[in-house]
Design a protein around this ligand. Structure first.
Ligand SMILES: [Zn+2]
Length: 370
């Protein structure tokens, strides 16, 4: 399947009046006009990205979900591509992304821009808001963003931050659009919508079919109920439908969103470890107390990004011989932590280094790390 057609943003801007006692109306795109009474924008995504394989609940594509981590949460690293993104907007993106962590056994680790990350966030205005879906992020060249926010400013309303950020990070976790649910009950006003997108986007009929009317194939699976309150559902003005349906702005995770993502990324049943092993250095193999053992020194990173060393046999060096190998651990900032194969560590040693991007040198030669 051609993965190049993954989610695209488009520059159309739908403006809905939010005045009370006035039904929503769709007007031509005039970005920036009347922001005080308008929701800003809807983005749309190409349907070509989807495999005809669908999970049994909710809407997501099985092959796009990140592989489970039996030892703890699925950890996805996130970084900002763009120095121009304000600290305020970065903070919003970080905090709303983390909404998912309350329900899914996942963790978004925000790392420095010089580190590698599966999710790379840009805030290029005019490019719409969009994200690649789940593991499709891995197909994007490392110097390109995988997610964009096209209309955030420091005066964006809180509900809009919530609506868009939680939605995009839902895509990052592998979720599709709720309006692509096989059991969708909307009767589209197709002539109106064809005409609308033709006028506003220059879209051909086929493009509208693909981006607006696509539903997941009704495969062998059964589905949970279609959820018009899902954060993954577009707003639908009533002019778009023939059966009186209209869907407003879903700005928060619905009960079914929470339930669904829990099933996709289930809790391992144990407490979520806050430390992840980055590397393990293997030391001596020999007899200790009559038992053949191998000593190891593991480099872990905790939830706050601290690199910590764990000695499997505290008090013993990595090497019992006369060898005196010199080790250096270097983090992304260039800070170093030095020790030798004769160093006797306690059970847990804080190195003072930060982050997951570390390299380990042994006698001047890199032995571990990227
Ligand atoms: Zn979307």
């Amino acid at each position: 399947m051609n993965r190049k057609h993954i989610m695209i943003g488009f520059s159309m801007v739908l403006l809905f009046s939010c005045k009370k006692n006035e039904s929503p109306t769709v007007i031509s795109p005039q970005p920036g006009s009347e922001p005080s009474i308008s929701m800003n924008s809807i983005h749309a995504c190409s349907a070509k990205m989807y495999d005809p394989k669908i999970s049994k609940l909710g809407v997501g594509v099985t092959s796009d979900f990140w592989p489970k981590n039996t030892k703890g949460p699925v950890v996805l690293r996130v970084k900002f591509m763009d120095n121009s993104t304000s600290a305020y907007i970065r903070g919003k993106i970080q905090s709303y992304a983390k909404e998912w962590e309350q329900y899914a056994n996942v963790r978004f680790d925000f790392v420095n821009s010089n580190q590698s990350a599966e999710i790379r966030v840009a805030t290029k205005s005019g490019d719409g808001s969009w994200s690649y879906v789940g593991t499709e992020n891995l197909n994007v060249p490392a110097n390109e963003p995988t997610m964009n926010y096209g209309w955030f400013t420091d005066t964006t309303e809180e509900s809009e931050f919530s609506r868009v950020i939680v939605h995009e990070f839902g895509h990052a976790l592998g979720l599709g659009h709720e309006q692509s649910h096989p059991l969708i009950s909307i009767k589209w006003n197709k002539p109106y919508i064809y005409d609308y997108y033709q006028r506003t986007n220059g879209w051909a009929k086929e493009t509208v079919d693909q981006n607006v009317f696509y539903t997941f194939p009704n495969a062998e699976a059964s589905y949970s109920a279609y959820d018009p309150t899902s954060i993954m559902h577009y707003p639908v003005p009533k002019e778009f439908t023939l059966n009186g349906v209209s869907i407003g702005m879903n700005t928060q995770l619905s009960a079914m969103d929470k339930n669904f993502i829990q099933k996709i990324y289930p809790s391992s049943g144990t407490t979520i470890p806050t430390e992840t092993i980055l590397y393990t250095i293997t030391g001596f193999t020999g007899y200790l107390y009559g038992k053949l053992v191998t000593n190891t020194l593991s480099v872990k990173v905790d939830a706050a990004g601290n690199s910590i060393l764990y000695e499997a046999y505290p008090g013993y060096p990595l090497d019992f011989s006369w060898k005196n190998d010199q080790y250096v651990i270097i983090d992304a900032s260039g800070a170093q932590y030095k020790f030798s194969s004769q160093t006797r560590f306690g059970a847990k040693t804080n190195t003072g280094l930060k982050g997951r991007d570390i390299r380990i040198l042994k006698n001047g030669q890199q032995v571990l790390g990227n």
